[in-house]
Design a binder for this molecule. Structure first.
Ligand code: 4AD
Ligand code: MG
Length: 430
């Protein structure tokens, strides 16, 4: 029976054939242990000289790392490994012999591994991170689909910028100037007026000259937008959504979390509701923690976010930032117009802001005023203004950065390991 490692539990006691790569091996005079992977999982194969014969045993002992082969054998339970099964190898056939695979089981430097990202993806840890990423994406669709949202794809080539013009990638669009999208939000607001509750999932691009463990040049964002929902309604959606995603990973990625050494008890605490503190309270908290220089009106950097997060074992919302440091479209608090109805959701353990969201300005005149203040002229924004002209309603939305969320849930240090082929300040290869 031809099968995969993910499916072997169905064939205990039976003979199966699996297409695999050899990850690692160790052997003694009589027995060889082959660490096999097939993309769906990782499994040990046992080759016993007395069973397989001298020639085949010597061939097994000589197998090189990343050689591809078909192995045949009997599936047996193995209570010592967390996977739970191993293969008693009866035969194998080499498909392609790999010579001098560059990534050995020894330690390698980050730059070397990044240069070999196309191969590094095969490693058990990288495999685990990508599987968790995939589970988060799956759980995202599940959450929004079961809660009545319509998925709307926003354009990648665009004439308007949502988050300010300094970080845009410019490109020619025939005779016009275009940018790569930094957020689909403006388009999603239009879609929310047509479909009520919508979400998008797509790549976004920021020409940020930031070289930190939280910054990618190309990253993927999940952006829900909801008509007739105010800021507080949106916070509830956010905490429900994040709770759902964490639960899904805990439930469906047990082996992956174990491969990464991630403490599940830490993730089990992540349940809605999440604490909320105001920007004002955050300033006070930072002063208490020794950040004497921070003044009201300044934006928070990574050290500030990390210090605030340390006080909580769940993600924490920081709400109502000063209007000055936030985007043009955020609705001012009617009782205190110098702050806006917005929130950043800060992940625990120093992973920083994973969500930015707000209630949007729905008043035409105020939006026109903001346009003037932010120098937003031209055709690119006319359509966005029209959304406030015809049946404008209160609406809110947010954007969750996928890679930062994967980094936090997986417990990996740097976002470069959370996307298959990271685009970083100094890296476009491979
Ligand atoms: O806070 P941001 O800039 O919000 C927006 O773009 C809104 N228009 C979203 C919306 O309301 N629809 O970005 C949202 C999230 C951040 O919280 C962060 O998780 C992630 O996107 N992010 C990045 N992730 C990796 N690398 C970068 N350079 C990132 N910039 C933002
Ligand atoms: Mg933000």
């Amino acid at each position: 029976m031809k099968t995969t490692i993910a499916e072997v539990s169905k064939y205990v006691g039976e003979e199966v054939t699996i297409g695999v790569w050899l990850q690692n091996k160790r052997s003694s005079g009589k027995i060889a242990f082959l660490q096999l992977r097939d993309g769906t999982g990782f499994m040990q194969g046992i080759v016993v000289k007395a069973d397989i014969g001298e020639d085949k045993f010597q061939q097994a002992k000589a197998l090189t790392q990343e050689t591809s082969l078909y192995v045949s054998g009997v599936v047996v339970e193995d209570t010592r490994s967390s996977f739970g099964y191993e293969l008693q190898v009866n035969n194998f056939e080499i498909i392609h012999e790999a010579v001098d695979y560059p990534i050995t089981p020894k330690e390698h430097g980050t730059e070397f591994l990044m240069d070999h990202r196309h191969l590094w993806l095969r490693s058990k840890k990288q495999h685990a991170v990508m599987k968790i990423r995939n589970e988060i994406i799956r759980a995202t669709y599940e959450f929004f689909n079961t809660n009545g949202y319509t998925k709307i794809d926003s354009p990648i080539l665009t004439g308007s910028s949502a988050e300010g013009t300094t970080e845009l990638f410019h490109t020619k669009y025939f005779d016009e100037e275009a940018y790569l999208s930094q957020s689909g939000q403006l388009y999603l607001e239009a879609a929310a007026m047509a479909f009520g509750k919508v979400f998008s999932f797509g790549p976004t691009f920021r020409a940020e000259k930031s070289k930190t463990r939280r910054h990618l040049i190309e990253f993927w964002m999940i952006e829900p937008e909801m008509a007739f929902m105010d800021h507080n309604d949106s916070l509830e959606v956010q905490e429900q959504y994040v709770t759902h995603v964490v639960e899904a990973v805990l439930q469906n990625c047990t082996l992956e979390l174990e491969a990464l050494g991630r403490d599940k008890a830490v993730l089990e605490k992540i349940k809605a509701p999440f604490p909320r503190i105001s920007y004002d309270e955050a300033i006070d908290l930072l002063k208490e923690k020794g950040f004497d220089d921070i003044e009201w009106g300044e934006d928070f950097g990574a050290p500030h976010e990390t210090a605030i997060a340390e006080s909580y074992d769940k993600p924490v919302f920081i709400v109502n930032y000063p209007a000055e440091i936030k985007a043009f479209y955020m609705k001012p608090d009617p009782e205190r117009p110098e702050v806006v109805l917005c929130a950043d959701l800060i992940a625990p353990e120093g992973y920083g802001e994973i969500i930015g969201g707000s209630q949007r300005i729905d008043d035409l005149e105020l939006m026109q005023k903001r346009y003037k203040e932010h120098d937003l002229t031209g055709d690119a924004y006319q359509w966005y203004l029209q959304l406030r002209e015809y049946g404008s309603v209160p609406h809110s939305g947010f954007g969750l950065g996928l890679e930062r969320t994967v980094a936090w849930i997986s417990g990996v240090e740097h976002v470069r390991e959370t996307i298959p082929f990271p685009r970083l300040l100094n890296r476009l290869y491979p």
